[in-house]
Design a protein around this ligand. Sequence first.
Ligand SMILES: [Zn+2]
Length: 111
Amino acid sequence: MCYFDQQLWSCGWWKWGRFREQCPKEYRTGETCGLKLIYRTNTEGALCKNCDAIQKKQRRVAKMTEDIKRWRCEGNRRATIEKTEREIGELNHQIQKIWADHELRKNSISY
Ligand SMILES: [Zn+2]
């Protein structure tokens, strides 16, 4: 068992930080035995990079949805609307994927 810092975000997402201490079972210098234990948890206040990416994508979706609404009133914009709708679909797909990984990570002990 080797000890590592853990970085924990308020949303529950986390990652391993610095290597801290080697366990007595591991004799190779600079190597770790593979079983990671938490030495200290550092709490990160801001959003984790996943939540940040999700928020950015959601903002883009919201903006594009507004654009589509406007274009529908203006008329003569069908090609643009269809293209934008495809982009929204793609973004929503990416958001779901990031979110699924995020939730998986939150509930896993080691990675
Ligand atoms: Zn997060």
